[in-house]
Design a protein around this ligand. Structure first.
Ligand code: A3P
Length: 285
């Protein structure tokens, strides 16, 4: 039997789907995405796409495609983009996530041209926490490459003031980026997910996402369980349980209260502008 399975896998690599479920139906083909998760980096984009994939009418690209923000990919054209997508049956929604889209100025127009009916999702998180998460990722990447580590303070502070050129700071200025998207797409096309709420209570956020995507309600409490060791909710599909990769949900560095105070103060005005643009508020103290 094992030999038969191995032979089948050689001839039909898609015999086992990426999530180890049933083989795709014969009428399943890769298509342009119906839904794009545009960001924000470290907002909880992986958790969001994995949780959406719990729904049987959603199929998700495994990797970040970077089609619209990397010229080398964009120049390959829409056929190449389609080739990066998973097979979808008629009626299923194809989703991809590339968090770098949110902050890239040419992306909104490119998406509109390529995917005129797309629905967009943006997951945001309290901006200081997002910045710390962004720094933590950079820290770990450099650690893996055995490169020199700079402290957050040295990147973030210049002569006692915040260094406004620090990229991770700019990424947390959500209103600056959102206004570019809203100049191209109507607000109704964009769904905002509360990344902090997704950590605390994933089901409630996923119910709102199902509604926005006009999916039959399907995601339910049995899909989630809290894993004490990880300190986050993990996913349960059929009888399989899985947590997100260990790079998700890392400990953040200790930052001096003075720097934290400066950051919170700095983001106060931008946050209000973001709430106004978004037409809703977030519980960011
Ligand atoms: P931290 O690692 O800073 O805690 P992204 O996928 O966009 O890179 O976002 C990563 C963040 O997703 C993590 O940041 C974590 O807080 C958040 N997250 C949300 N739900 C999660 C979950 N169920 N498991 C792990 N991380 C989750």
């Amino acid at each position: 039997m094992a030999a038969v399975v191995v032979a089948l896998l050689c001839v039909f690599p898609s015999f086992v789907s990426p999530r180890g479920s049933a083989p795709p139906a014969a009428d399943a083909t890769p298509r342009l995405p119906d839904v794009v998760i545009i960001g924000v980096k470290k907002g909880g984009t992986r958790a969001l796409i994995e949780m959406l994939s719990l729904h049987s009418d959603v199929v998700a690209a495994q990797n970040e495609v970077h089609f619209f923000d990397w010229d080398s990919h964009f120049q390959r054209g829409a056929d190449w983009y389609v080739s990066q997508m998973p097979r979808a049956r008629p009626g299923q929604l194809t989703v991809e996530k590339t968090p770098a889209y949110f902050t890239s100025s040419r992306v909104p127009e490119r998406i509109l041209q390529t995917l005129p009916d797309v629905r967009l999702m943006l997951i945001v998180r309290e901006p200081t926490e997002r910045l710390l998460s962004d720094y933590t990722q950079l820290f770990h990447n450099r650690l893996e490459k055995r490169k020199h580590q700079e402290s957050l303070e040295s990147l973030l502070m210049r002569d006692g003031e915040l260094n406004l050129d620090y990229k991770a700071l700019n990424r947390s200025l959500y209103h600056v980026h959102l206004q570019r998207w809203l100049a191209i797409f109507p607000r109704t096309r964009l769904h905002l997910v509360d990344g902090d709420a997704l950590v605390r209570e994933p089901l409630a956020e996923m119910k709102k996402a199902e509604q926005f995507l006009q999916l039959q309600p399907q995601i339910n409490a049995s899909h989630f369980y809290f894993n004490q060791t990880k300190g986050f909710y993990c996913l349960r599909e059929r009888r399989r349980q899985r947590c997100l990769h260990r790079s998700k949900g890392r400990k953040h560095p200790r930052v001096s209260p003075e720097v934290l105070r400066k950051l919170h103060e700095y983001f106060r005005e931008p946050n209000l502008k973001f709430f106004q643009l978004a037409g809703r508020t977030f519980d960011w103290k």
